[in-house]
Design a binder for this molecule. Structure first.
Ligand SMILES: [Zn+2]
Length: 351
Protein backbone atom coordinates (compact mmCIF):
# COMPACT_ATOMS: atom_id res chain seq x y z
CA UNK A 1 0.00 0.00 0.00
CA UNK A 2 0.99 3.64 -0.38
CA UNK A 3 2.18 5.43 2.76
CA UNK A 4 3.70 8.84 3.54
CA UNK A 5 6.36 8.36 6.21
CA UNK A 6 8.89 10.38 8.16
CA UNK A 7 12.26 8.66 7.99
CA UNK A 8 14.25 11.65 9.18
CA UNK A 9 12.96 14.67 11.12
CA UNK A 10 13.24 17.94 9.25
CA UNK A 11 13.17 16.26 5.81
CA UNK A 12 10.26 15.87 3.36
CA UNK A 13 8.12 12.80 4.03
CA UNK A 14 8.85 9.79 1.84
CA UNK A 15 5.99 8.52 -0.33
CA UNK A 16 6.55 4.78 -0.60
CA UNK A 17 5.05 1.32 -0.87
CA UNK A 18 4.86 -0.68 2.38
CA UNK A 19 3.06 -3.90 3.41
CA UNK A 20 -0.61 -3.68 4.47
CA UNK A 21 -0.60 -3.95 8.29
CA UNK A 22 -1.98 -6.95 10.22
CA UNK A 23 -4.69 -6.43 12.84
CA UNK A 24 -5.00 -7.54 16.47
CA UNK A 25 -8.19 -9.46 17.41
CA UNK A 26 -9.79 -6.30 18.90
CA UNK A 27 -8.94 -4.15 15.88
CA UNK A 28 -10.52 -3.25 12.58
CA UNK A 29 -8.53 -2.68 9.41
CA UNK A 30 -9.72 0.61 7.95
CA UNK A 31 -9.32 1.36 4.27
CA UNK A 32 -8.53 5.07 4.29
CA UNK A 33 -10.62 7.19 1.93
CA UNK A 34 -9.61 10.67 3.11
CA UNK A 35 -7.17 12.26 5.55
CA UNK A 36 -7.08 15.90 6.61
CA UNK A 37 -3.79 17.75 6.86
CA UNK A 38 -3.11 19.55 10.12
CA UNK A 39 -0.54 22.13 11.08
CA UNK A 40 0.64 19.58 13.64
CA UNK A 41 1.65 17.21 10.80
CA UNK A 42 4.17 19.83 9.71
CA UNK A 43 5.14 20.47 13.37
CA UNK A 44 5.73 16.74 13.89
CA UNK A 45 7.99 16.55 10.83
CA UNK A 46 9.79 19.75 11.85
CA UNK A 47 10.50 18.42 15.37
CA UNK A 48 8.16 20.68 17.44
CA UNK A 49 7.04 17.75 19.63
CA UNK A 50 10.45 16.12 20.08
CA UNK A 51 11.21 17.72 23.47
CA UNK A 52 7.96 16.15 24.76
CA UNK A 53 7.83 12.88 22.80
CA UNK A 54 10.70 11.83 20.59
CA UNK A 55 8.77 9.33 18.48
CA UNK A 56 11.00 6.82 16.69
CA UNK A 57 10.90 6.79 12.87
CA UNK A 58 9.51 5.64 10.51
CA UNK A 59 6.29 7.49 11.36
CA UNK A 60 3.25 7.38 9.08
CA UNK A 61 1.70 10.85 9.36
CA UNK A 62 -1.98 11.79 9.25
CA UNK A 63 -4.51 11.78 12.08
CA UNK A 64 -7.76 13.15 10.56
CA UNK A 65 -8.99 9.92 9.09
CA UNK A 66 -12.14 8.65 7.44
CA UNK A 67 -12.61 5.44 5.54
CA UNK A 68 -14.47 2.15 5.37
CA UNK A 69 -14.35 -1.00 7.46
CA UNK A 70 -12.23 -3.44 5.45
CA UNK A 71 -11.63 -6.35 7.85
CA UNK A 72 -12.95 -7.03 11.37
CA UNK A 73 -10.84 -8.67 14.10
CA UNK A 74 -12.08 -11.92 15.65
CA UNK A 75 -12.59 -10.42 19.14
CA UNK A 76 -14.59 -7.36 18.04
CA UNK A 77 -18.01 -7.90 19.67
CA UNK A 78 -20.98 -8.41 17.33
CA UNK A 79 -22.79 -5.84 19.50
CA UNK A 80 -20.46 -3.16 18.18
CA UNK A 81 -22.47 -3.54 14.98
CA UNK A 82 -19.65 -3.09 12.48
CA UNK A 83 -19.91 -4.58 9.02
CA UNK A 84 -17.47 -4.53 6.16
CA UNK A 85 -18.06 -1.44 4.07
CA UNK A 86 -19.34 0.74 6.94
CA UNK A 87 -18.26 4.37 6.71
CA UNK A 88 -16.22 5.42 9.73
CA UNK A 89 -14.28 8.25 11.29
CA UNK A 90 -11.26 7.41 13.45
CA UNK A 91 -11.44 8.85 16.97
CA UNK A 92 -7.97 10.20 17.66
CA UNK A 93 -6.87 9.50 21.26
CA UNK A 94 -6.50 5.78 21.91
CA UNK A 95 -6.30 5.32 25.69
CA UNK A 96 -5.52 2.19 27.71
CA UNK A 97 -9.18 2.02 28.81
CA UNK A 98 -8.41 1.46 32.49
CA UNK A 99 -7.10 4.71 34.01
CA UNK A 100 -9.41 7.26 35.65
CA UNK A 101 -9.32 9.55 32.62
CA UNK A 102 -10.32 6.71 30.31
CA UNK A 103 -13.02 5.56 32.72
CA UNK A 104 -14.82 8.88 32.42
CA UNK A 105 -14.39 8.89 28.67
CA UNK A 106 -11.36 11.15 28.28
CA UNK A 107 -9.19 8.54 26.57
CA UNK A 108 -7.32 11.31 24.70
CA UNK A 109 -5.64 12.50 27.91
CA UNK A 110 -4.78 8.99 29.12
CA UNK A 111 -1.14 8.79 30.28
CA UNK A 112 -0.75 5.77 27.99
CA UNK A 113 -2.47 7.36 24.98
CA UNK A 114 -1.55 6.38 21.41
CA UNK A 115 -2.34 8.45 18.35
CA UNK A 116 -2.78 7.47 14.74
CA UNK A 117 -0.35 9.53 12.69
CA UNK A 118 2.22 9.76 15.51
CA UNK A 119 3.70 6.28 15.23
CA UNK A 120 3.90 3.40 12.75
CA UNK A 121 0.33 3.83 11.43
CA UNK A 122 -1.44 6.92 10.14
CA UNK A 123 -3.99 8.25 7.72
CA UNK A 124 -1.66 9.20 4.89
CA UNK A 125 -1.61 5.52 3.98
CA UNK A 126 -4.14 3.29 2.29
CA UNK A 127 -4.86 1.14 5.37
CA UNK A 128 -4.44 1.32 9.13
CA UNK A 129 -5.44 -0.90 12.06
CA UNK A 130 -7.72 0.78 14.64
CA UNK A 131 -9.02 -0.61 17.96
CA UNK A 132 -12.74 -1.11 17.30
CA UNK A 133 -13.78 1.14 20.18
CA UNK A 134 -12.06 4.09 18.53
CA UNK A 135 -14.12 3.95 15.35
CA UNK A 136 -17.23 6.10 15.08
CA UNK A 137 -19.74 5.26 12.36
CA UNK A 138 -20.32 8.07 9.89
CA UNK A 139 -23.59 8.74 8.14
CA UNK A 140 -23.28 7.43 4.58
CA UNK A 141 -24.67 10.73 3.26
CA UNK A 142 -21.47 12.50 4.35
CA UNK A 143 -18.52 12.76 2.01
CA UNK A 144 -15.30 11.14 3.20
CA UNK A 145 -13.46 14.45 2.81
CA UNK A 146 -16.01 16.05 5.15
CA UNK A 147 -15.82 13.34 7.81
CA UNK A 148 -12.00 13.27 7.99
CA UNK A 149 -11.41 16.79 9.41
CA UNK A 150 -14.25 16.34 11.90
CA UNK A 151 -11.88 14.12 13.90
CA UNK A 152 -9.58 17.07 14.73
CA UNK A 153 -10.22 20.48 13.09
CA UNK A 154 -13.95 19.98 13.51
CA UNK A 155 -13.61 18.40 16.96
CA UNK A 156 -11.02 20.41 18.88
CA UNK A 157 -12.86 23.78 18.93
CA UNK A 158 -16.07 21.91 19.80
CA UNK A 159 -14.57 20.60 23.03
CA UNK A 160 -13.07 24.01 23.83
CA UNK A 161 -16.44 25.74 23.45
CA UNK A 162 -18.15 23.02 25.50
CA UNK A 163 -15.69 23.87 28.30
CA UNK A 164 -16.68 27.55 28.08
CA UNK A 165 -20.35 26.56 28.12
CA UNK A 166 -19.96 24.15 31.03
CA UNK A 167 -18.10 26.85 32.99
CA UNK A 168 -21.13 29.12 32.65
CA UNK A 169 -19.32 31.64 30.46
CA UNK A 170 -21.87 31.69 27.62
CA UNK A 171 -25.42 32.94 27.25
CA UNK A 172 -27.40 36.04 26.30
CA UNK A 173 -25.77 39.41 26.95
CA UNK A 174 -22.29 37.85 26.69
CA UNK A 175 -19.65 38.24 24.03
CA UNK A 176 -17.87 35.14 22.76
CA UNK A 177 -14.70 35.77 20.76
CA UNK A 178 -13.39 33.26 18.21
CA UNK A 179 -9.69 33.89 17.62
CA UNK A 180 -8.34 32.66 14.31
CA UNK A 181 -10.47 31.40 11.41
CA UNK A 182 -8.17 28.75 9.95
CA UNK A 183 -8.85 25.01 9.80
CA UNK A 184 -10.22 24.96 13.36
CA UNK A 185 -11.76 28.42 13.58
CA UNK A 186 -14.00 27.92 10.54
CA UNK A 187 -15.73 25.22 12.58
CA UNK A 188 -15.27 27.19 15.81
CA UNK A 189 -17.45 30.06 14.59
CA UNK A 190 -20.26 27.62 13.82
CA UNK A 191 -20.02 25.90 17.22
CA UNK A 192 -19.94 29.32 18.88
CA UNK A 193 -23.35 30.00 17.35
CA UNK A 194 -24.67 26.48 18.06
CA UNK A 195 -23.50 26.28 21.70
CA UNK A 196 -23.28 29.99 22.60
CA UNK A 197 -26.78 30.11 24.07
CA UNK A 198 -27.43 33.55 22.57
CA UNK A 199 -23.98 35.07 23.09
CA UNK A 200 -22.83 37.54 20.45
CA UNK A 201 -20.12 35.85 18.40
CA UNK A 202 -17.20 37.98 17.24
CA UNK A 203 -14.46 36.51 15.01
CA UNK A 204 -10.93 37.94 15.08
CA UNK A 205 -8.36 37.15 12.38
CA UNK A 206 -5.61 38.70 10.31
CA UNK A 207 -6.68 37.45 6.89
CA UNK A 208 -9.76 39.17 5.29
CA UNK A 209 -10.58 36.06 3.26
CA UNK A 210 -10.80 34.02 6.46
CA UNK A 211 -12.92 36.71 8.13
CA UNK A 212 -15.35 36.56 5.21
CA UNK A 213 -15.79 32.83 5.93
CA UNK A 214 -16.52 33.63 9.58
CA UNK A 215 -19.19 36.13 8.52
CA UNK A 216 -20.67 33.61 6.11
CA UNK A 217 -20.74 30.96 8.86
CA UNK A 218 -22.75 33.14 11.19
CA UNK A 219 -20.39 35.37 13.18
CA UNK A 220 -22.34 38.41 14.37
CA UNK A 221 -19.28 40.61 13.89
CA UNK A 222 -15.82 40.23 12.37
CA UNK A 223 -12.78 42.24 13.39
CA UNK A 224 -9.56 42.43 11.38
CA UNK A 225 -6.51 42.57 13.65
CA UNK A 226 -3.54 42.78 11.28
CA UNK A 227 -1.29 45.78 12.09
CA UNK A 228 -3.79 47.26 14.58
CA UNK A 229 -3.33 48.31 18.20
CA UNK A 230 -5.28 46.69 21.00
CA UNK A 231 -6.82 50.16 21.72
CA UNK A 232 -8.09 50.43 18.16
CA UNK A 233 -9.52 46.91 18.27
CA UNK A 234 -11.20 47.64 21.63
CA UNK A 235 -12.94 50.64 20.07
CA UNK A 236 -14.28 48.55 17.20
CA UNK A 237 -15.39 45.81 19.59
CA UNK A 238 -17.33 48.32 21.71
CA UNK A 239 -18.96 49.85 18.66
CA UNK A 240 -20.00 46.40 17.40
CA UNK A 241 -21.17 44.80 20.64
CA UNK A 242 -21.78 47.62 23.11
CA UNK A 243 -19.01 46.43 25.42
CA UNK A 244 -15.23 46.91 25.30
CA UNK A 245 -14.31 43.44 26.49
CA UNK A 246 -14.97 39.74 25.84
CA UNK A 247 -16.58 37.32 28.29
CA UNK A 248 -15.31 34.14 26.70
CA UNK A 249 -12.61 33.41 24.16
CA UNK A 250 -11.97 30.30 22.10
CA UNK A 251 -8.44 30.72 20.76
CA UNK A 252 -7.89 28.47 17.76
CA UNK A 253 -4.36 29.79 17.16
CA UNK A 254 -2.34 29.64 20.38
CA UNK A 255 -0.22 32.39 18.83
CA UNK A 256 1.69 34.83 21.02
CA UNK A 257 0.04 37.93 19.53
CA UNK A 258 -3.41 36.37 20.08
CA UNK A 259 -2.68 35.70 23.77
CA UNK A 260 -1.54 39.28 24.17
CA UNK A 261 -4.64 40.65 22.47
CA UNK A 262 -7.03 38.14 24.03
CA UNK A 263 -5.92 38.68 27.62
CA UNK A 264 -5.97 42.47 27.12
CA UNK A 265 -9.64 42.18 26.04
CA UNK A 266 -10.79 39.52 28.54
CA UNK A 267 -13.61 40.71 30.83
CA UNK A 268 -13.87 40.43 34.60
CA UNK A 269 -14.64 36.78 35.39
CA UNK A 270 -13.81 35.95 31.77
CA UNK A 271 -12.88 32.51 30.47
CA UNK A 272 -10.15 31.81 27.93
CA UNK A 273 -10.02 28.40 26.23
CA UNK A 274 -6.97 27.74 24.10
CA UNK A 275 -6.82 24.89 21.60
CA UNK A 276 -4.09 26.18 19.27
CA UNK A 277 -0.37 25.45 19.29
CA UNK A 278 1.23 28.04 17.01
CA UNK A 279 3.59 29.36 19.69
CA UNK A 280 5.26 27.34 22.39
CA UNK A 281 5.10 29.76 25.36
CA UNK A 282 2.39 31.70 27.17
CA UNK A 283 3.58 35.04 28.59
CA UNK A 284 0.88 37.33 30.01
CA UNK A 285 0.67 39.77 32.96
CA UNK A 286 -0.45 38.01 36.16
CA UNK A 287 -2.31 40.60 38.26
CA UNK A 288 -5.35 41.04 35.97
CA UNK A 289 -5.80 37.27 35.88
CA UNK A 290 -6.01 37.25 39.68
CA UNK A 291 -7.92 40.41 40.60
CA UNK A 292 -10.33 39.94 37.67
CA UNK A 293 -10.81 36.27 38.54
CA UNK A 294 -10.23 34.95 35.05
CA UNK A 295 -9.97 31.30 34.08
CA UNK A 296 -7.71 29.67 31.50
CA UNK A 297 -8.78 26.34 29.99
CA UNK A 298 -6.35 24.14 28.18
CA UNK A 299 -8.46 22.05 25.86
CA UNK A 300 -7.02 19.22 23.87
CA UNK A 301 -8.54 17.55 20.82
CA UNK A 302 -11.73 15.70 21.93
CA UNK A 303 -13.05 12.41 23.23
CA UNK A 304 -15.35 9.86 21.59
CA UNK A 305 -18.46 11.53 22.96
CA UNK A 306 -17.42 14.92 21.58
CA UNK A 307 -16.80 13.26 18.21
CA UNK A 308 -20.16 11.49 18.23
CA UNK A 309 -21.86 14.84 18.87
CA UNK A 310 -19.94 16.50 16.05
CA UNK A 311 -20.78 13.61 13.69
CA UNK A 312 -24.45 13.98 14.62
CA UNK A 313 -24.38 17.71 13.85
CA UNK A 314 -22.77 16.92 10.49
CA UNK A 315 -25.31 14.19 9.67
CA UNK A 316 -28.09 16.69 10.47
CA UNK A 317 -26.48 19.14 8.04
CA UNK A 318 -25.78 21.69 10.80
CA UNK A 319 -22.09 22.12 9.95
CA UNK A 320 -20.61 23.65 6.84
CA UNK A 321 -17.22 22.55 5.52
CA UNK A 322 -14.48 24.57 3.86
CA UNK A 323 -12.37 21.93 2.19
CA UNK A 324 -9.60 21.86 -0.38
CA UNK A 325 -9.09 18.35 -1.74
CA UNK A 326 -5.62 17.23 -2.86
CA UNK A 327 -3.92 14.01 -3.94
CA UNK A 328 -1.54 11.68 -2.11
CA UNK A 329 1.35 12.66 -4.41
CA UNK A 330 0.93 16.34 -3.36
CA UNK A 331 1.52 15.78 0.38
CA UNK A 332 4.88 17.57 0.63
CA UNK A 333 3.61 20.47 -1.47
CA UNK A 334 0.62 20.90 0.86
CA UNK A 335 2.82 20.63 3.96
CA UNK A 336 4.66 23.70 2.67
CA UNK A 337 1.38 25.56 2.09
CA UNK A 338 0.26 24.78 5.65
CA UNK A 339 3.62 25.96 7.04
CA UNK A 340 3.07 29.24 5.19
CA UNK A 341 -0.50 29.56 6.55
CA UNK A 342 -1.83 29.66 3.02
CA UNK A 343 -4.65 27.13 3.30
CA UNK A 344 -8.19 28.52 3.57
CA UNK A 345 -10.25 26.04 5.61
CA UNK A 346 -8.92 22.48 5.66
CA UNK A 347 -6.79 20.67 3.07
CA UNK A 348 -7.87 17.02 2.80
CA UNK A 349 -6.11 14.27 0.88
CA UNK A 350 -8.47 11.89 -0.92
CA UNK A 351 -7.55 8.48 -2.28
ZN1 LIG B 1 -6.22 5.54 30.28
Amino acid sequence: MKAARIHEYGKPVVLEDVPIPDIQPDEILVEVKACGMCRSDAQLIDGYFRPFADIPTPITIGHEISGVVHKIGSAVPKAAGFEEGDHVGVAPGWGDGICRHCLIGNTHICPNVRWPGFGPYGGFAEFLPVPARYLIKADASLKFEEVAPLTDAGLTPYRGIKKLRDAGALGPDRVLGVFGVGGLGAYGVQYAKLLGGGAKVVAFARNPEKLAIAKDYGADHIIAIKNRSSKDITKELEKATGQPDIDAIIDCTGAEEMFELGFSLLAISGHYANVGLVSDRLDVPLLPRVNREQTFHGSYWGNNLDLMEVMALAAEDKIRHTIKVFEFEQINEYLDLIRAGEIIGRAVMKF
